[in-house]
Design a protein around this ligand. Structure first.
Ligand SMILES: Cc1cc2nc3c(=O)[nH]c(=O)nc-3n(C[C@H](O)[C@H](O)[C@H](O)COP(=O)(O)OP(=O)(O)OC[C@H]3O[C@@H](n4cnc5c(N)ncnc54)[C@H](O)[C@@H]3O)c2cc1C
Length: 477
């Protein structure tokens, strides 16, 4: 069983198939070498480290050894197949083109080695190629996509494979070969003594059990008011399940079946929540059809937009991304300082600073505030959305291959079903509306009212006028 972003026992069709076959060896591969894959950001590396260090009792109860290996997955698995001589190899499907290419190579190698290879659908309610318009094409607008998706049928979640029955079969593990596993410390996922790691650990417990605990808290305390409450960052109005979905500790099938057809008042909240799951699917639909989602504007008219890159990144795109754009002309280079202020939460705009500090402290940010800080960077500061997308990729525990770039493009105006460019969030108005009592801002920016708090780095009205004028120019080209 090859685990990837599906680190759970329940509703894991690949694991179930492997278990039904008999003895199972599970493998997790840290693949930073196969062509085109995006290296994990820092917060994601921390999360992965916690999951792989965490107690393995659940696997041990099923006599499953978890083998850790590092390297290009196709090569690693070919080696493992020689060591283990399995009858079959199973995994759950991935949908991004470079990952699909790796999986296709593994399938080919397995077949050549006489090993049965089989993959399953587990992380999306529907395969992206199965949700199509009447003409058989992809959806570019969310609402018709959602209406179509809701109509399609999908499976019920699966139970976890049964744990060993000690009474009937005391030593089944003797039949299963064991192989060498990497020492996790050697992967250096987390820098030793990192203060940032300690901060993240104060906010998150990665793993399947914590996901179910959060779901229970959400359904009991927040779901009934979710439709309204999910917009207010100062209250616990959302589920915080995003990293658990990202890592597959809980599946969309499990959430759907736990929350749909709720009776009474909570039905409005659960329907609104499931619609958000629909946005997750829509983002993956986009990535499936546009593998360059993190690197190229979906609306190509935006290729001519005067977005700026911080000077230090100069004529290149942010670290880790191979840009599809030509180097920007010198006059487009933005100074590094304001971008650093944005990252550090010292822009002098309290609502923006609150979001950016929440992100740095916890590895997560409330959705409404993600929209605000992204609008501030791309529109008021005029900085390319990829700069912000890369910072989120580094710092979010839920950093997701599809949801992150799709949402950045949505805010920037260059994406599918995008927020129109002229909708420039005013962080002050938004704060009045969604944080009227100042609870959110005061918890993250207690210094906002103190002397020494910086003056705003952008004049909101003037920068809005500038952004609209820039947008008018591309509309005319
Ligand atoms: C600029 C920007 C970047 C983002 N980057 C990511 C990212 O890297 N990873 C990520 O999971 N989400 C991302 N989002 C979407 C959204 O902000 C988070 O999913 C949400 O804040 C997670 O909190 P929650 O689990 O409490 O959400 P809830 O409100 O409880 O929603 C339930 C689930 O629905 C999904 N969801 C909700 N809103 C969205 C959305 N707009 N797009 C896609 N899925 C959604 C998530 O899986 C979420 O866990 C981004 C949004 C913006 C504006």
């Amino acid at each position: 069983m090859w685990f990837r972003d599906d680190l759970r026992l329940a509703d894991n069709p690949a694991l179930m198939a492997a278990t039904n076959d008999g003895g199972v060896v599970a493998v997790y591969i840290l693949d930073e070498e196969s062509e085109g894959l995006r290296p994990l950001g820092g917060a994601a590396r921390w999360w992965l480290h916690q999951v792989l260090t965490g107690p393995r009792a659940d696997l041990e109860d099923r006599d499953i050894q978890l083998v850790l290996r590092r390297g290009p997955a196709a090569t690693v698995l070919s080696t493992l197949m020689k060591e283990l001589e399995p009858e079959s190899i199973y995994w759950n499907r991935r949908y991004w083109e470079p990952e699909r290419a790796v999986d296709a190579a593994v399938k080919e190698n397995s077949r050549a080695a006489g090993v049965h290879a089989e993959s399953f659908q587990a992380s999306l309610l529907h395969e992206p190629w199965k949700v199509t318009t009447g003409q058989g094409g992809q959806y570019r607008v969310f609402t018709p996509f959602w209406n179509q998706l809701k109509k399609l049928d999908f499976r019920h979640p699966l139970e976890a494979p049964p744990a060993r029955d000690n009474s009937s079969d005391p030593h089944p593990e003797e039949d299963i070969p064991t192989v060498e596993s990497d020492d996790l410390a050697g992967w250096k996922l987390v820098p030793p003594g990192s203060a940032w790691s300690e901060k993240l650990a104060a906010h998150w417990s990665p793993g399947e059990a914590a996901a179910w605990q959060l779901l229970e808290e959400f359904t009991e305390e927040a779901m009934a008011d979710y439709e309204e409450g999910h917009d207010f960052p100062g209250i616990a109005g959302t589920s915080r399940l995003s990293p658990y979905l990202r890592w597959g500790h809980i599946s969309p099938f499990q959430l759907w079946h736990a929350l749909s057809d709720r009776p009474g008042p909570s039905s409005v909240g659960s329907a609104a929540f499931l619609r958000q799951l629909g946005w997750r699917e829509f983002c993956w639909h986009q990535l499936f059809h546009h593998p360059e989602l993190a690197r190229a504007n979906l609306r190509r008219a935006f290729d001519g937009f005067d977005w700026r890159w911080p000077a230090e990144q100069g004529s290149t795109t942010p670290a880790g991304l191979r840009g599809s754009h030509p180097p920007p002309p010198a006059e487009q280079a933005a100074s590094q300082e304001p971008v650093d202020a944005w990252k550090a939460g010292t822009t002098g705009v309290p609502m923006v600073d609150a979001g950016m500090r929440e992100l740095w402290e916890t590895g997560w940010m409330h959705n409404r505030v993600r929209m605000l800080v992204a609008s501030f960077l791309t529109k008021n500061m005029g900085v390319h959305w990829q700069v912000g997308e890369q910072w989120f990729w580094e710092t979010l525990v839920d950093a997701d291959q599809a949801s992150n770039p799709a949402n950045w493009q949505w805010v920037a105006g260059s994406g599918a079903d995008a927020s129109p460019f002229f909708r420039i969030f005013n962080p002050q108005t938004q704060a009045k509306r969604f944080d009227a009592a100042g609870r959110y801002v005061s918890s993250w920016v207690p210094d906002a009212t103190l002397p020494g708090y910086p003056e705003p780095i952008e004049d909101l009205a003037e920068s809005r006028r500038r952004a609209l004028a820039d947008y008018d120019r591309i509309k005319k080209t």
